[in-house]
Design a protein around this ligand. Structure first.
Ligand code: HEC
Length: 237
């Protein structure tokens, strides 16, 4: 085997080794970044929902106390306000989702599905856990979810969620007396769950990865070709 062939073989092996190492590392960094980007979006959405809940309690509910006596106004309920805000958001971002998934909800649309119940039970069974983050594969692609427990820390919540006899009559007229009661102080009754799509961020990460690898392969090919040219030139001398 000639010297040039040996040198080329060593160079090609080295190149492949470097490409593999850089490729694996870059892929991991890019995927992690894509996940962080999705998580940032989920956090903004979660905090916005919490802000809307707070605004409803502080500013809307006091204004409607009198009207509430005649007819129950869901607009005074923080959960209703947060869901209404997300419904508006979904007209432009239909894949973003927010739910106050609850094991025994007042409004049946808030009933937790199987995977949501697993998260709620995880919060109920694990002490001091404040957050759950994960990914789910669905028919419309991969989603990242962010979950926060809903714990009854304020006794005022129990006026509508403990016993039907304690709840305003107008609430019972609207929602009935069989759901959303029996909650207890300090009990975790559900979870706020935000789901954001990951497909677009993952595709962007993959495109960047392919571009980086194409640039590196071209660079190595040019370097090996130049080295060979250089060798030809030296040997002729
Ligand atoms: C004035 C009565 C009232 C009070 C007080 C109240 N809620 Fe509710 N809550 C409701 C009603 C009505 C709904 C259903 C709203 C809808 O149609 O989406 C609801 C919905 C919810 C939901 C969504 C799941 C479900 O049951 O449908 C959660 C979670 C919740 N409330 C938590 C709380 C917490 C926590 C507090 C105290 C900070 C509280 N609520 C105080 C009446 C009340």
């Amino acid at each position: 085997m000639g010297l040039r062939l040996k040198l080329n073989l060593v160079l090609i092996l080295l190149t492949l080794f470097c490409l593999l190492g850089i490729g694996l590392y870059a892929n991991k960094v890019l995927q992690d970044n894509a996940r962080e980007e999705a998580l940032d979006k989920a956090r903004i959405m979660m905090e916005s929902a919490k802000a809307v809940r707070q605004y409803t309690v502080n500013e809307i509910r006091p204004l409607l106390v009198a009207q509430q006596k005649r007819r129950f106004l869901p607009q005074t309920v923080p959960s209703y306000a947060a869901h209404s805000y997300v419904k508006e958001l979904q007209s432009n971002f239909p894949e973003f989702n927010y739910k106050e998934a609850t094991l025994n909800p007042t409004n049946p649309v808030d009933r937790a599905t199987e995977w949501e119940s697993d998260i709620i039970n995880h919060f109920r069974n694990t002490k001091n856990i404040i957050e759950a983050i994960g990914e789910r594969e669905t028919a419309t692609g991969r989603y990242l979810y962010l979950g926060h427990p809903i714990k009854i820390t304020n006794s005022a919540c129990l006026s509508c969620h403990s016993k039907p006899s304690n709840a305003p009559k107008t609430l019972i007229d609207t929602y009935g007396d069989s759901n959303g009661f029996g909650w207890k102080k300090n009990e975790i009754v559900g979870a706020q769950l935000v789901s954001v799509p990951m497909a677009a961020t993952l595709t962007r990460a993959q495109d960047t990865f392919y571009l980086l690898m194409a640039a590196l392969i071209s660079l190595f090919v040019v370097l090996i070709a130049l080295l060979n040219l250089f060798l030809t030139f030296i040997i002729k001398q």
